[in-house]
Design a protein around this ligand. Structure first.
Ligand SMILES: [Cu+2]
Length: 194
């Protein structure tokens, strides 16, 4: 009996480990995150403001939902974007997250308004929202290029204000360390140690 139970336990463990491994390998993380602050901006900004940007790629890979939250911005918020660019390098705008400036950007659906000073704004981006950054190889509507840049940690979110029109807070979007992977890794680690 003891031997049988052990066999079942080991077999169960093996199945769980295999399923976990396949799950991680079959699907790249879909949840991205950025912490925004002035020190990430180009040029570097000393600002008491901060924020977070959470993004989620849809199951079919055709859209991306986002939630941008910030606080402590002392002057009017102009707009917020996702840019193409590696850390500390300024890059072109691939998509608007929100705007308070008129006229709205041409050729894309009207972005939601940005909260003033502090708040949260959410939305969904798809091919229709992607703007051309010709000098950096992104064509209008090229959602695959947009997602590829995000997954390669080559995109950042930022918020522009009256005081800092080039951007007051910024953060690189990364797809590592999502909550789903954290629990999966701890299970896999325990099983691997046995
Ligand atoms: Cu921007």
């Amino acid at each position: 009996m003891v031997g049988t139970n052990r066999t079942i336990a080991i077999a169960t463990c093996a199945v769980i480990t295999l399923a976990g491994t396949l799950g991680v390998r079959a699907q790249a993380p879909t949840q991205g995150h950025a912490d925004l602050n002035g020190y990430e901006e180009t040029p570097t900004i000393s600002s008491p403001a901060s924020g977070t940007l959470n993004v989620q790629i849809s199951g079919d890979g055709q859209s991306l939902s986002y939630t941008l939250t910030y606080s402590g911005l002392a002057t009017n918020v102009l707009f917020a974007h996702i840019h193409i660019g590696r850390p500390a390098i300024a890059g072109g705008i691939m998509a608007f997250l929100c705007t308070n400036v008129t006229p709205a950007p041409e050729g894309v659906p009207a972005p939601p308004a940005c909260p003033q000073n502090s708040g949260t704004v959410s939305g969904t981006l798809s091919a229709a929202n992607i703007m051309a950054v010709t000098a950096q190889g992104v064509s209008v509507g090229d959602f695959a290029a947009f997602i590829a840049a995000l997954r390669s940690e080559a995109a950042y979110g930022n918020v522009h204000t009256d005081a800092f029109k080039m951007g007051e807070i910024r953060g690189q979007i990364t797809f590592t360390g999502t909550s789903g992977n954290t629990s999966g890794n701890s299970n896999g680690g325990n099983n691997n140690n046995q």
